[in-house]
Design a protein around this ligand. Sequence first.
Ligand code: PLP
Length: 388
Amino acid sequence: MSFLSHLECGLCGKEQDADKVWNLCPECSKPLLARYDVKAAAKVFDKGKLAGREPNLWRYHEMLPVRDAKYRICLGEGYTPIMHAERLGAEVGLEGLYIKDEGLNPTTSFKARGLGMAVSRAYELGVKEVSIPSAGNAAGAMSAYAAAAGMKAYVFMPQDVPRPFISECKALGAEVTLIDGLITDCGKAAAELAKKYNRFDISTLKEPYRIEGKKTMGYEVAEQMDWELPDVIIYPTGGGTGMVGMWKAFAEMEALGWIGAERPRMVTVQSTGCAPMVRAFEQGTEFAEPWEGAKTVADGLRVPAAVGDFLIMRALRESNGIAVAVSDDELMAGANKIGRTQGLFVAPEGGATLAAFEQLRKQGWIQDGEKVLLFNTGSGHKYEHMWK
Ligand SMILES: *Cc1c(COP(=O)(O)O)cnc(C)c1O
């Protein structure tokens, strides 16, 4: 069962009934966050219970929003391995280097977590048609879960998105619209048509449940590292659901009594061709100005504006973290280095985490003896054109 109690706006705090379909907060147009009756959950949900459960993200179902198990659409998402990257660590000079490989998720990226959760909850609430603007991976993931739920899927991607992203959505039965523009332009088109045809819009942080799927990465990091969080987590940030989700998971686990007050220093990595969060972090602002002329080979990072910007900034600042930008050459070199040393064919976004690591190590921001976890958010297969 689920201990979901209500929704709460991440900015103004206004509460909403969780059993109705919502997009943004109706008061201030900021993201709604799911809240749980953690006191009641703590009485029955002991971390010792996890051992016998299925190796997918539904193992944390008490702290997930789907109430009735028959609406959980499971394609095997989550519970991806964390590997001790010994050969890579030896090369870059840190013994305690780890990689969590999200490329092993259904549709080969961690987008499966968020979209699996959002589509499952929409299914439970009676939604029949879903729509999404996407740089690529989110569209594929939504198409897969919509197909498995018997829902109609509409996806909107930039017209220069690599072919494999388009083929994947088509094979999964989605209706694909290609837009001459960036993801923000896709967002406008998707929202307009969603309103006109009464489709549910599952844009990043514009509905409450993608982040609930993504937060399971935080639960897994704690469980898989034996309830001792690493010193540093490096995460390639676009819309920020992963960053915000993990930060939420740590707070929930502390409230459940599973972990203490210590937190990893959270690192956002973006591309120098699109770094709105890095700029906002450096300028010390709460919100991020949209990035003009966004351009990077890491499609997941080509996000010029994020509605959850203030939540990303909160996680970075409260954790004593940092935001860094790396060039496309550096992130591709990072991907190749991870491949050559660890046997993982990672997405450019995954390569970016190593490039950020090397930058921070050089500056002394990461020290000897620390435990550092890199998030490879997707497999390299859909970006195969990058290696031609
Ligand atoms: C979407 C995506 C990202 C960015 O994730 P957010 O949680 O939106 O910040 C990073 N890497 C890959 C491979 C992606 O598909």
